[in-house]
Design a protein around this ligand. Structure first.
Ligand code: ADP
Ligand code: ZN
Ligand code: ZN
Length: 731
């Protein structure tokens, strides 16, 4: 029988293509890869559905060339998730499917498999093997092993000639050959870490979680625990429960590379379990490995970054999202999905529990929790003797600063070091200084390709654009007037490191930012130094805000956050509150009290005062009120339409045309088009249009008008445009 198959190909198409293939069981092909004729050549594709007989009758359909998989890579549930995300994010189906597949499978290569052998229990075996001693030995051994054995294991046991012996057993029907996955997984150090005794709060929270998890329709749950309150311990216990019911757990984390400690805690806690990790630091083969382990059910626990949300699982039973507020869960180019939101959707489709943990919930998550759409559990204290750090605002208006540091800050650093403790200085800018200029003529180092300054990197003596990567030598003379001395303005991590070296020449200083950690293993080495050096200064960017646990760190100094306080972007304050709380939370995590100094020229900023005096929850609630007043998300639903062209005029015009295809309707506001905050990046001018609707449904209708226009604008190749649903930044 000839089946009509709906196939996604990796092209910018919004529809599936129909091909025919002779098969009695077309359902079995769903989720398999195929090779199909396309245009003058051929393409790989993935079977996602069966065509409606009537709908396609009039066409002369082509046949698929080859079926590439013997079994589906994607199950029905994943196909449904993919189709749902395609609709929700208004993205092309091909790109969504191929994002969901590991890189190594995108070009049609077969799934790597190894052969293993297992003995079959046969009563007649002993008589069959009476006169073949080697065969009888091997058969007995295989029976004892009770698991499929690899070629190397057989060779090790039998020695040379093993294959002949094996083949004889296979021919007698006593051994079965099978294809299975090669074994790997994260190494466990094999040391058993003693289990911590949970605090009373943790215990109460865990009990609540256990009741929730067993519910027939578990709602998503927010675990809002202050930094260092022991959320990870709760995760570990819930995973134990999940393992006990023979289910797998998916843990999504912002950036694994930044938190090797976290992964270590899982491997230490579960030395017997198979843990796979999936993140961008792996090569394609390693990623594929992890993906297949999850799919076969071999992996008990999968820890991954956002794209791991598309991992195929044999029996997924629990999803945990650590640091759910982190914007790295949102993909910022191409298929712009939110890993957290898709995970929630996935959990809902599978009817399994999902737990989101954070000290600083995203406003939309907090709002959902407070509205009763999510369960809401809280941990308000650190376990044991650890307490939340004390906060101090330093008004630096009119003060003389020593390369960005106030006198009081320097004194506080000195006292911390005298006590043999560690201090951390946080500044969210790498490089030496964000501006290099000429005092004589006013020349400013500007990126030739972007509407932004070049950052001066003193150690390499280079000017680097942090938007497009343009990189040139920093000259000692002014290129405009030849003045022999240029000056810098502002501070970056490199400059802070330098000033600390001058003030504290005897103290080890570790700088952690993209420049010092780009080499493989560099971050781990730096973190190791922090762990093993009692008295030390640590300088870094927001890489330091993420989940690190430094027991001897007691002072955190936060520099230069005023831009965030003064920004007109409505997301900026939320991020500011999260970042400040997270950075502050790195201090005082063991029994020594922590202290935080914030240097600012905005000490009276009302939101800053709320944050410092009443904490993140009060701060977030106030921001939610403000969002409500302005009808911003979560009280409305946004999509940002971006366009890029060689001229600003073209980009704006294109967005005007798009705007015109959306009929005006009640409940929909369209703002723009306007030039983007960064008007030009890498020689391209950028403009944007904001669609804001009262409901997701209305937004979806508007966006569907836009995507239906795509064909008409196909002739304007020089203009690129994209849709960003639920944007996490408007730039
Ligand atoms: P969070 O994930 O909430 O930031 P962690 O789970 O990392 O917090 O815990 C912070 C620190 O407190 C860790 O060093 C952890 O080992 C320790 N800790 C957590 N729970 C307990 C407990 N019940 N007793 C003692 N120490 C604990
Ligand atoms: Zn000059
Ligand atoms: Zn640039």
């Amino acid at each position: 029988m000839e089946a009509k198959l709906l196939i996604a190909v990796p092209r910018p198409l919004r529809t599936l293509l129909t091909y025919v293939h002779p098969t009695p069981n077309p359902i079995d092909l769903l989720g398999c890869r195929v090779s199909v004729p396309l245009g003058h050549g051929s393409s790989i594709g993935v079977v996602l559905g069966l065509a409606d007989e009537q709908a396609v009758n009039q066409y002369k359909l082509k046949a698929i060339k080859t079926l590439l998989d013997r079994e589906p890579l994607l199950d029905a549930h994943l196909i449904e998730l993919i189709q749902w995300s395609t609709r929700y994010y208004q993205h092309t189906i091909g790109e969504v499917v191929f994002t969901a597949l590991p890189n190594a499978l995108r070009d049609g290569k077969p799934l790597p498999q190894t052969t293993t052998w297992q003995a079959l229990h046969k009563p007649a075996a002993s008589s069959q093997l009476k006169r073949a001693k080697r065969q009888a030995d091997l058969y007995q051994w295989l029976i004892q092993q009770n698991v499929p054995c690899s070629a190397s294991a057989l060779h090790a046991h039998v020695g040379d000639g093993w294959r002949q012996v094996l083949v004889a057993l296979i021919n007698k029907g006593l051994v079965q050959e099978q294809l299975s996955l090669p074994q790997t997984g994260l190494p466990s150090l094999g040391k058993v870490t003693p289990k911590l005794e949970l605090s009373e709060q943790q215990n109460t929270c865990l009990e609540q979680c256990r009741v929730w998890i067993k519910a027939p329709n578990p709602q998503p749950t927010l675990l809002h625990g202050v930094t260092g309150s022991g959320k990870t311990e709760i995760y570990l216990r819930l995973i134990e429960d999940t393992l006990a019911s023979h289910k797998q757990t998916l843990i999504l984390v912002p950036e694994i590379g930044l938190t090797p400690q976290l992964v270590q805690r899982f491997t230490d806690h579960f030395p017997e379990q198979h843990i796979s990790s999936l993140h961008s630091g792996l090569n394609d083969t390693e990623r594929l490995q992890g993906w297949m382990e999850a799919r076969s059910g071999q992996a008990d626990i999968v820890i991954g970054t956002r794209s791991a949300v598309f991992t195929a699982f044999a029996h997924l039973g629990l999803i945990i999202i650590d640091e759910e507020h982190d914007t790295s869960f949102k993909q910022q180019e191409g298929f712009r999905y939110h890993g957290r939101d898709l995970a929630i959707k996935r959990a809902q489709m599978l009817n399994i529990p999902i737990l989101m943990g954070t000290a600083t919930p995203a406003l939309e998550t907090l709002h959902n929790a407070e509205q009763g759409r999510y369960h809401y559990f809280r941990l308000e204290q650190r376990p044991g003797k650890a307490r939340q750090p004390s906060l101090e605002v330093q008004d630096i208006r009119g003060q003389h600063l020593h390369s960005g540091l106030s006198k009081l800050t320097l004194q506080a650093l000195e006292r911390t070091l005298e006590r043999n403790e560690q201090a951390m200085l946080f500044i969210n800018r790498r490089g030496f200084a964000p501006m290099l200029l000429c005092p004589a003529c006013g020349w400013l180092a500007h990126c030739p390709a972007c509407s932004s300054n070049m950052t001066y990197h003193a150690r390499k003596s280079r000017l680097i654009c942090h938007h497009c990567g343009a990189d040139e030598r920093a000259e000692s003379h002014c290129p405009a007037c030849n003045h022999p001395q240029l000056m810098t303005q502002g501070h970056g991590t490199e400059r802070i490191e330098l000033v600390l070296q001058q003030y504290f020449p005897e103290t080890p200083i570790v700088r952690i930012d993209r420049d010092t950690t780009s080499r493989k293993g560099a971050l781990e080495r730096h973190l190791e130094t922090v762990r093993t050096t009692e008295r030390l200064l640590l300088v870094g960017t927001q890489m330091l805000a993420k989940g690190h646990d430094f027991p001897n760190l007691t002072l955190v100094v936060i520099l230069d956050v005023d831009a965030a306080l003064l920004s007109s972007e409505y997301h900026a304050l939320e991020r500011f509150g999260q970042l400040l709380t997270q950075v502050a939370g790195r201090s005082g995590r063991s029994d020594k009290p922590g202290h935080v100094i914030l240097q600012t020229t905005q000490p009276q900023h009302p939101m800053l005062l709320t944050l410092l005096q009443s904490g993140y929850l009060a701060f977030a609630r106030q921001l939610i009120e403000e969002r409500k007043r302005w009808q911003f998300p979560p009280f409305s639903y946004q999509a940002l339409i971006r366009a890029e062209a060689a001229e600003m005029e073209q980009a704006l015009q294109h967005l005007e045309q798009l705007r015109a295809v959306i009929p005006s309707q009640a409940g929909v506001f369209i703002m723009g088009p306007v030039p983007a905050p960064l008007e030009k990046r890498a020689e391209r001018y950028r403009a944007q249009l904001l669609v804001q609707a009262e409901s997701r449904h209305l937004r979806h209708i508007c966006l569907t008008y836009l995507t239906s226009q795509e064909k008409n604008s196909a002739n304007q190749k020089s203009i690129r445009w994209s849709i960003d649903v639920d944007p996490v930044e408007l730039s």
